[in-house]
Structures are given as C-alpha cells and as structure tokens.
Design a protein around this ligand. Structure first.
Ligand code: HEM
Length: 751
C-alpha cells in the first residue's frame, strides 16, 4: 500500500519538476487552476482540479485508514448544482414566490437550506492566535535524535507528513499580518505512532511562568474592553500596565520590542517549543530537551515603517508570501534542532532552571543539534477546512516524548482541548480531515455531535469479552506511549513558584547585550513608540523603572524619547555573558522566493529587462515588472503599475529606466503625484526609490535607470549600484540581498 509519506514525496517531486517551468514563465498569484473566460461558461464540466501547488489533508477515514479517494472528489462532485442531499437544481437565482411580486413561500426548501447553512458559516475564532496561515509539508529525520528518543518519526530517513500553522497572537482573524507581536509556529506531525503537535512560537520565552496568568496577559494585550481598540497590537496602556507590574513578562516583552516582533516572513522566523520536554530512548533512559526550528533563509525582519505601511498596503503580506513562495517552488525550509540536557533531579542546566519558561539556555552553552528537516511544499486547498479547523494540543505526544512539570506547560495541557470543544462544536473535531491521525485509531470514544465514524461492535469498554476483548492495551513491543515515572517530591500543597523563578532581569540584559548596535537602535525605537502611545504617565514611568534594571543606556534613550527622567535601577545590573547566536545580522543567506521589483518605462531596453527577469527567476526569486500602465511591456506581463506598486512589497528594486510622469500621475487622482521630486520622473517612482532606500534595501540601475538615482540623491550611497547591463546590476543586488539589508546605510550609534 502507498504510504502517506510516499504520497507526499510524489507531490514534492511533481512540484519540483514543474519548478523550472514556473520559474521561467509565471509569477505566483494566479487565482484559479484554469484561466477565466470572458463570457460565463454554460457547458457543464466536472469541478476543476486544485491548483498544482495545493494539497489537502490525506484521504484517511476518521480512524486513520487510507481511502485513496482523489482529493478533488472530497469537496464537490459532478457538473451540476445540487441540494445538500444531491438533488439537481434548476434555479438558484430566485426564491419560490407566490407570483413574481408575491411573498416567499415557507415551502422553499432550497432557499431555507441555502440561507440556513450560510447563517451558520462562522465559528468562533481562536481566543488567541486567531489570525494565521497554514501549509502542508514533509519532515525528514536525520536519525541524530535516535540516541535520546524512541520516537519513530525521528528515526533516520523517516518521512512524516506535517501541517504547520503560523499566526499572530493578539489580533482578530481579519487583522493585519505585519503587526508587532509574537508569532505562533504550530506543527502537526502525522506520525505512524500517533500525532505529535509541537505548538511553539517564534520567541523562545513566554510572558508568564504559570498558566493561571494566561487570561491576565491576554486580557491586557487584547484591545481595551470598552472601545475595543487598538486592534492587534501591544502599544497601549493595558499591555504596558500589566508587563510593568508583572515583571516576569519583561524578557518576552524585550523580544517583542526587538526585530523578532516584526518578521519579514514566516519563512524567515525561528521557531521554539519554549518549554523543556522529557525524551525517552529505547533503553528507557531520559533526557531533557528544548525544540528549535532554524530557517534555511536566516532570521530576517521588517523595518518598523515597512511593517506599518504593509498593514495598510497589504494586510495579508505574510500569508501571501508563504503561499507565493510555495507556488513559485521556493519551498520554505527549517531544520529541527534539539538542545539536550541531562535529566537531573534539579532540572537545571548551567544554573538555569529548565522549568522556567521565561528563560533560555544560550546556544553557546548547549548547542542546537539538528535532528531533521521540514519542507513546506503544498498550500491548503480550502482555508476554512484546513487552516481554520486545525486543532493543536500539547498532549498529542508520540512514545519517546513526554512533558515536564513546567507550570505553563501543565496548564496548556488542559486549555487547548477545552477551547476546541467550543470552537469546533463538540468532541469529535479529531475526525475533521486535517486533524485525523494517520496512525490506526481504536479509542472507545463514542457518539457526540458530528460523529463521522460508524463504530461497530457492542463493547466500547474494557475489559470486555463481547467484542473479543478488543481493543487491547499495548506494551513496549507495540510502541505504547509510556508516562515517565518521574518522582514527585513530597511537598506542601501551595500556590507558589520556586525561588529560582524570581530573577526577572538577568536574561533580559543578556538579550539586550547580545544585540548588534542596529538591533539595539530598533529596540529603543520600539519601546519609545509603544510607551509613547500609552496615555498614563504612571505606566510609562513604571516601565522605565523596569528598563533601568535591564540597561541604563536603553533606559536613558527611551526616557529621552518620552520626555521623562531616567530612573535609577532598583536591582543590581546582572553580570551576564552575551550570546552572539541571538543576533540576526552579520551572516549571508539564500534569497529563495524574494521579490525584486523592476521599474520599466516603455522606452527602456526591453531585451535587457527580459534578460534580468530570467536571471531573477533563475536565482529562485520572483521578478515583478512595474510599469506606467497595466497589460504588457515588450510582450512581458506587467504585474504592478505605478499606481498599485508600493516599495514595501519588494526586497530590492531595479531601475531599467527613468519614466516621465505617467498620464495618471495627476494630483487630483493620486495624492502621491504631488510629492516633491524632480518634475522629470514619475512621482510614484521617486517615492518607491526613496522608501526602498530608507528601508535599507538594495537598489540597482542600469542605462537610463541611473538617472533616477542621481535625481533622488541616493546615487553613490551604500547598497545603491549602477552597472553597464541589467544582468550585472542584478548580480550586485543579489549579493547585497544575501545580508538581508544594507545595514551600513545607517551606521548605528547606541552610546
Ligand atoms: C509557551 C507558551 C505558549 C505558546 C508557545 C503557545 C502557542 C500557541 C500557538 C502557536 C497557538 C496557535 C495554534 C494554532 O495555530 O491553531 C496557540 C493557541 C492557543 N493557546 Fe497557546 N501558547 C502558549 C501558552 C498558552 C497558555 C499558557 C495557554 C492557556 C493556559 C494557552 C492557550 C491557548 C489557546 C486557548 C489557544 C487557542 C487554541 C485553539 O483555539 O485551537 N496558550 N498557542
């Protein structure tokens, strides 16, 4: 029988074969799997196949048995419109009325079915992490974890289908992608020993140490309950009120104020399991471990101004980036890594309490060892069915991975199922295609709303003799999950933390001191912005007191921005060793799936533009032509016009010409047309170049394009190149893009 992993592999291969074709001919974003004709089609046809990059959850039954049903047949079948019961319909444009001008008849079952179903299309959004985007993929194990865990999916060469959902925490389902926030990074591994959910974030620490504080931090971060503003952001009084009082939140808050809070893309985020888990190997030996996802493209972030512009220009920026990259064949990739620690009675490593989720273990002390590779290679076919209905839970554990007593983790074990019972309408959501395990299921759970399984037998209880004793319990030989018999010390029943949880500042200082000057500048800017948006002076002053306990320079500079005096620290500044691994600048990374905007004017050397476009495709990036008007230029499709383009969607800009103001560059039609700039260049192009420059992006020009650089005053500055041909200009720009941004354009001076 074909295994799910084999099927995934075939999809990957098929997609890879198409990559060459895609890269030379198309840019991502085509809405349907066939071009739309001008006239409404009238000849009946079967449902069109999904697009080539789309996948669906595997076709398994609620109990994990493979069905082999083609993906497209699962949603709809046949050429004709039917009722939900399969009766073909003659008309769906008019309700059944007592005469053309009469009232609607109650007997109109089609009307009632259609409207009733529509009325119930919405389900509650997630109470947190409501805004998200998912993708299917495959995880391949390198075998390096075999010594520490018996988990089958981590055995050498084992391939496991996965579904990953990325998210923001605070915003509603329709909020913008690029807000300053933590990002969720939740992975469902459909292993053949049962599903494993690694429900992590892009930040390795959490705001709180005990799950009982989760409603508090979330109530503080969500919009104010009276006016329901602001949406999807922490720049408001209730958030800073809470984190400045509940100071264990300061570490996570610093990560949010750093560039980690505004990722360039889901593809350029690290992921962390946050908690320490307990691993068990074949011999029954245990180790403690933290999970890490390392992106192939490096960790890369937006500039704050870019993030704000994108929230308006393209609120779907991150999900579009994810789907476009997969469609373009630039499959997002991460390495899964483990930090492994001895399982000692103290559950500490190098003096760090491994049960405290507000602490990291610096990689310099415990290196991250790679144990496998994740590739996301298929987009969902239906957002609601897959991304919205997916349900993660920390208790979904395969044999070989167990939990620890981290009090945040312990509380999470309760919360996820509890919320999903409401969100997904009952206890049978595990039978929804995206949630179905791929391992055989025989669980004695019965009935309930929306039961899809047709259970046979009469004895869903144990022990029984009527169903032959089935189901039987398993042992080690049958890969049974085993709870590690961790000794729980005799202790009083208390509502209290261990004393080691009391240090709220040393690791925040460690993080601050590990940043490069440019990253420190960004952190100062973020605190100043966020606190500047608070109304209450007391809250600003209280947060400044927290900053004083982290670093005097940081505190003084934020205080200066707020127009307040910098307070003295109330605890001694920690003597810490910085962790260079925490900085995200200074190396070179591949540019797969990056977007290069090419400004053309119809008078440009269009042969050269064609050559550059091919070179960008060949580099695994996506070229978007930006022209004065839509349609084509020199036979090439125009993807953006001066009216629709904005610098923030491009990672680099190339200029093939110096276009004069286009006919629609009229102040009355486009306020940007009034922007100051040389009268000989279209003002939208001037704005594009100025913004790209301000956001430290690489800019290249050749031929007539060089004139724009001179006229905008950026020629000769770092990261702005002119070359004799388009190919040569792109080659230099590509080199610059490997460092993510032209950091030297704005030398940082945090003093
Ligand atoms: C290390 C700390 C935490 C991390 C990394 C984390 C991560 C996540 C992620 C990634 C999601 C989105 C899952 C998805 O895409 O469907 C999520 C959802 C959620 N989290 Fe957490 N979370 C943490 C702490 C907590 C705590 C302490 C609680 C409650 C006690 C909690 C309750 C929830 C709930 C209720 C949801 C919505 C789940 C759903 O509707 O399916 N989380 N969390």
């Amino acid at each position: 029988m074909e295994t799910p992993a084999k099927k995934v592999k075939e999809v990957v291969q098929a997609a890879a074969e198409k990559v060459a074709d895609v890269l030379t001919s198309e840019v991502p974003g085509k809405p349907g799997s066939a071009p739309a004709p001008l006239a409404e089609p009238t000849t009946p046809v079967e449902p069109l196949p999904p697009k080539k990059e789309q996948g669906t959850p595997d076709t398994v039954t609620p109990t994990g048995a493979e069905t082999g049903v083609p993906a497209v047949a699962k949603g709809q079948q046949g050429a004709y419109l039917t009722t939900a019961q399969g009766a073909r319909l003659r008309d769906t444009d008019h309700s059944l009325k007592a005469g053309p001008r009469g009232p609607i008849l109650l007997q109109d079952h089609h009307f009632r079915e259609k409207i009733t179903h529509f009325d119930h299309e919405r389900i509650p959004e997630r109470v947190v992490h409501a805004r998200g985007a998912g993708a299917h993929g495959v995880f391949t194990a390198s075998g390096t974890a075999e010594a520490v865990t018996r988990a089958g999916f981590l055995k050498k060469g084992r391939e496991t289908p996965v579904f990953v959902r990325f998210s923001t925490v605070l915003g509603s389902r329709g909020s913008a992608d690029t807000v300053r926030d933590t990002r969720g990074f939740a992975t469902k591994f459909y292993t053949d020993e049962g599903t494993f959910d690694l429900v992590g974030n892009n930040i390795p620490v959490f705001f709180i140490q005990d799950a009982i504080k989760f409603p508090d931090i979330i109530h503080a971060g969500k919009p104010h309950p009276d006016r329901e503003i602001p949406q999807a952001q922490s720049a408001h009084d209730t958030f800073w009120d809470f984190v400045s009082l509940h100071t264990e939140a300061q570490h996570h808050t610093m990560w949010n104020m750093s560039d980690r809070g505004i990722p360039r893309s889901y593809r350029t985020m690290e992921g962390f399991g946050v908690h320490t888990f307990r691993l068990v190997n074949e011999a029954g030996e245990t180790a403690l471990a933290k999970f890490h996802w390392k992106p192939k493209l490096g960790v890369h972030s937006l500039d704050w101004e870019e993030a704000q512009l994108l929230a308006g220009v393209d609120p779907d920026f991150h999900r579009r980036d994810l789907y476009d990259a997969i469609e373009a064949g630039a499959f997002p990739e991460w390495e899964l890594g483990l930090q492994v620690f001895p399982d000692t009675r103290e559950e500490t490593f190098a003096g760090i309490d491994l049960l405290d989720p507000t602490k990291i273990v610096p990689e310099e002390l415990a290196p991250v060892q790679t144990v496998g590779r994740l590739v996301l290679n298929r987009t969902p076919t239906n957002f609601f069915a897959e991304t919205e209905q997916v349900a993660f839970h920390l208790g979904h554990l395969p044999p070989g991975i167990d939990v620890t007593n981290d009090p945040l983790l312990q509380g999470r074990l309760f919360s996820y199922v509890d919320t999903q019972l409401t969100r997904l309408g009952g206890p049978n959501y595990t039978q929804i295609p995206v949630n179905r395990p791929h391992a055989p299921v025989n669980d004695m759970l019965r009935d309930g709303f929306h039961q899809h399984a047709v259970h046979a037998g009469v004895a869903p209880y144990r022990p029984n003799s009527l169903d032959g004793g089935n189901p039987f319990t398993a042992g080690d030989a049958e890969h049974a999950f085993a709870d590690v018999p961790v000794v729980v010390a005799e202790a009083p029943k208390v509502r209290a933390n261990p004393a080691s949880f009391d240090d709220h500042y040393s690791q925040v200082r460690l993080f601050w001191l590990s940043m490069s000057p440019v990253e420190q500048e960004h952190i100062i800017r973020a605190y100043t912005f966020e606190l500047g948006k608070c109304y209450e002076q007391a809250i600003k002053e209280r947060q400044l007191r927290c900053l004083a306990n982290i670093d005097p320079v940081l505190c003084a500079q934020v205080a200066a921005g707020l127009g307040l005096p910098a307070p003295e620290p109330t605890v001694p500044l920690a003597d810490v060793t910085p962790s260079p691994a925490l900085s995200q600048v200074g190396a070179q990374w591949p540019g797969d799936g990056r977007i290069v905007g090419i400004v053309v004017d119809p008078d440009s050397d269009l042969d050269d533009v064609g050559a550059v476009r091919r070179a960008v495709f060949a580099a695994g990036m996506v070229p978007l032509l930006i022209a004065p008007h839509g349609g084509t230029v020199g036979g090439m499709p125009v993807q953006r016009t001066f009216a629709t383009a904005r610098s923030v969607e491009f990672d680099a800009v190339l200029l093939a010409g110096t276009p004069a103001p286009a006919p629609d560059a009229l102040p009355a039609r486009d306020a940007k047309a009034g922007a100051a700039g040389p009268a000989t260049v279209d003002p939208r192009v001037v704005l594009l170049v100025e913004e790209a420059w301000r956001h430290a992006k690489a800019i290249g020009a050749w031929g007539a394009g060089a004139t724009v650089l001179t006229l905008t005053g950026v020629a000769g500055t770092p990261g702005v190149v002119t070359a004799g041909s388009g190919d040569a200009a792109f080659a230099e720009v590509q080199q610059l893009m490997a460092a993510h941004r032209v950091w030297e354009r704005f030398p940082a001076a945090v003093a």
